[in-house]
Design a binder for this molecule. Sequence first.
Ligand SMILES: [Fe+2]
Length: 170
Amino acid sequence: MNREEALDSVKANVENGNLVKHMLATEAIMRALARRLGGDEEEWGLTGLLHDIDVELTEGDMSSHSKLGADLAQELGASEAMAHAILCHNEAHGVSLETELDRALYCADPLTGLITAAALIRPDKKLAGLVAKSVKKRFKEKSFAAGANREQIARCSELGLELDEFIELG
Ligand SMILES: [Fe+2]
């Protein structure tokens, strides 16, 4: 599977453009994490790109979300390691994080939401001028983008990354 095929499949399964953007954002952070930690950039990036491919198909059913996604990813040619990361990014299955790839996806996923929300409150609503310092400040405001799970983001420590560095990298 190449990136174009992965993105085509995401778009075929997900109508909501903001959700597609969320997956592209997760891909971007996963690529940066792979470069920083010595992971396979293509593998990590595509894991991020595909991780919520079943989000509309499962219609909010958390007991099937990410199980179906892992299966779909494997049908597209994703490795076992990629499928495992996709499966365990949803804690509802009780599958623990085992690899660096698992941990990377788990903490990158909510960071996208925090960064996007921090960009949207800027006057120009653009990411380009957003600095890590503002995102760090927002991290501490629990009511800001409350859906972006701070504990989950903070588990970047399990990858040997300080929160500041992780946010900067994101
Ligand atoms: Fe996600």
